[in-house]
Ligand binder design. Structure first.
Ligand SMILES: Nc1nc2c(ncn2[C@@H]2O[C@H](COP(=O)(O)OP(=O)(O)O)[C@@H](O)[C@H]2O)c(=O)[nH]1
Ligand SMILES: [Mg+2]
Length: 467
């Protein structure tokens, strides 16, 4: 269990922990020092005789919830008391499994509130688990990620962080730096007794930590796409096969496909999972010069969709190849990442596709597909996946930093990069200590730990000072 620097909350909170709506069961939860006492006031075990205050921890009991003021039976429930600290919140906790729907859980909740519990705030059970030191901040964030996950990939990332993998990696790096910092500080404080850490040693430790931080930072990109989804715009000239490609990716006929150029007039958005990544697919109106006012408005939307996209699928009809319209569309794409998709490969001998539309160096990938037959679609989804996990050692494995964690990693790495400059400039050890401390502080913030006492503690633990 982690050491908590925080004062543990005292009051007892209650909430319905299951989603609102009609369901077979619902769970009403209580947490805090008065949980057992409050629950026992409204619960009568069917087995009889059991005094509520003697509820046995981690054993479920069947019984009734009764309003103690009127004796009215509210529901038949399974009640599970959990004695702290081996509980979700780290405190005494009671879970009441009642019938679902609106009535029973809400009546039980209001009974609990009348007996002295307080309505829990958003995320307060998990917050208490953090305040008790049962989980760190990365795990608390992972709980939310898991609840919000819609794809298997999002789920894997959340479960990995929930198990403490990310927190453990951060703590290891931080621990290395605290050791180093304590050596540096000890040499400053006790110059006669402690030798200064050699520059080489400092550089080695710092380089090792920077490499590990870079590895973590590399996962921030996929972390963002996995959490927020990837905006993917499908663009190209009219009739290139954009809508066909959308339908092929979705595996159903979402967009109207005809051989009439200008069929798609408005951008069309569809949220879809591609290889476990949530992707907002945007089919757009083909870009061309036209007098049709409706189509022109559609093309304006295409240009806006390109600007908002994180990745563009640039569809080129292999019957036409790269011509002036493609040049114009390329201009709209600008600095944005795009995958060049040569479509209608089913109409050609496979080897001629690359001759008609050679791979472009400015594209994230160049692929040849048939939106009609599905040929090459797997390669396309693999290329989208590679884009999401670009710069990451093992695609989709381990951590995927969220924005907060990424910013703190960046701050820590920045502080460590100053160490090199401090050493090269021959600046005093105080400066070194300041750089290391800044890095440690940033890492402490990731897991939600305090630091200063700990650094002092380590200095005193490592060296005999006490006379
Ligand atoms: N042979 C063949 N025809 C295709 C392919 N993809 C699209 N088409 C045809 O091309 C025409 C235009 O397709 P559509 O998806 O509406 O193009 P969009 O204007 O870019 O959205 C339709 O007649 C499609 O059937 C393909 O891969 N192979
Ligand atoms: Mg279309």
């Amino acid at each position: 269990m982690l050491q908590s620097p925080f004062v543990v909350a005292q009051d007892t909170i209650a909430a319905i922990s299951t989603a609102p709506g009609v369901g077979a069961i619902a769970v009403v939860r209580l947490s805090g020092s008065r949980s057992f006492e409050i629950a026992s006031r409204i619960f009568s075990p069917a087995a009889g005789g059991q005094d509520g205050t003697l509820l046995e921890s981690h054993r479920c009991s069947f019984g009734q919830i009764k309003d103690p003021a009127t004796g009215t039976i509210i529901d038949e429930v399974i009640l599970i008391p959990y004695k702290g600290p081996r509980t979700y919140t780290g405190e005494d906790l009671v879970e009441i499994n009642c019938h679902g729907g609106w009535l029973a859980p809400n009546e039980i909740l209001s009974l609990l509130l009348r007996q002295g519990a307080r309505l829990a705030g958003p995320g307060e059970f998990t917050q208490r688990a953090f305040l008790c030191g049962r989980i760190d901040l990365t795990q608390a964030e992972a709980v939310l990620d898991l609840i919000q996950a819609k794809t298997s990939r999002q789920g894997q990332v959340a479960v990995s962080a929930l198990s403490g993998a990310l927190g453990s990696e951060i703590r290891q790096i931080r621990s290395r730096l605290i050791d180093l910092l304590s050596e540096v500080v000890a040499a400053i404080d006790f110059p006669d007794e402690v030798a200064e850490a050699s520059s080489r040693h400092v550089e080695e430790v710092v380089a090792g930590c920077r490499a590990r931080l870079a590895g973590l930072s590399g996962t921030a990109r996929s972390g963002r796409f996995l959490r927020e989804g990837l905006r993917l715009a499908i663009v190209g000239r009219p009739n290139a096969g954009k809508s066909s490609l959308l339908n092929q990716l979705l595996k159903f006929e979402r967009a109207i496909v005809t051989d009439i150029p200008g069929t798609t007039r408005d951008s069309l958005e569809e949220l879809h999972e591609i290889n476990g990544i949530p992707v907002l697919l945007i089919d757009t109106a083909g870009v061309r010069h036209t007098e049709d006012r409706v189509e022109r408005a559609g093309i304006e939307r295409t240009i806006a969709a390109i600007k908002q996209a994180e990745l563009v699928l640039f569809v080129v009809d292999l019957a036409c190849g790269w011509q002036d319209p493609e040049e114009e569309i390329r201009g709209h794409i600008g600095e944005r990442s795009f995958i060049l998709v040569g479509n209608k490969v089913d109409r050609l001998a496979p080897e001629s596709a690359a001759a008609i539309l050679p791979a472009r160096a400015d594209a994230a990938a160049t692929l040849y597909v048939s939106a009609a037959t599905g040929a090459g679609i797997e390669e396309l989804t693999a290329a989208i996946e590679r884009f999401v996990f670009a710069g990451q050692a093992a695609a989709g494995q381990g951590a995927s930093l969220n924005a907060r964690q990424a910013e703190l990693c960046r701050r820590a790495a920045e502080a460590l990069s100053l160490v090199g400059e401090t050493l090269a400039g021959g600046l005093p050890a105080d400066c070194l200590a300041t750089d290391l401390k800044a890095a440690v502080d940033a890492l402490s913030e990731i897991c939600g730990e305090a630091v200063s006492e700990e650094v002092i503690g380590r200095v005193f633990a490592n060296f005999c000072v006490g006379k």
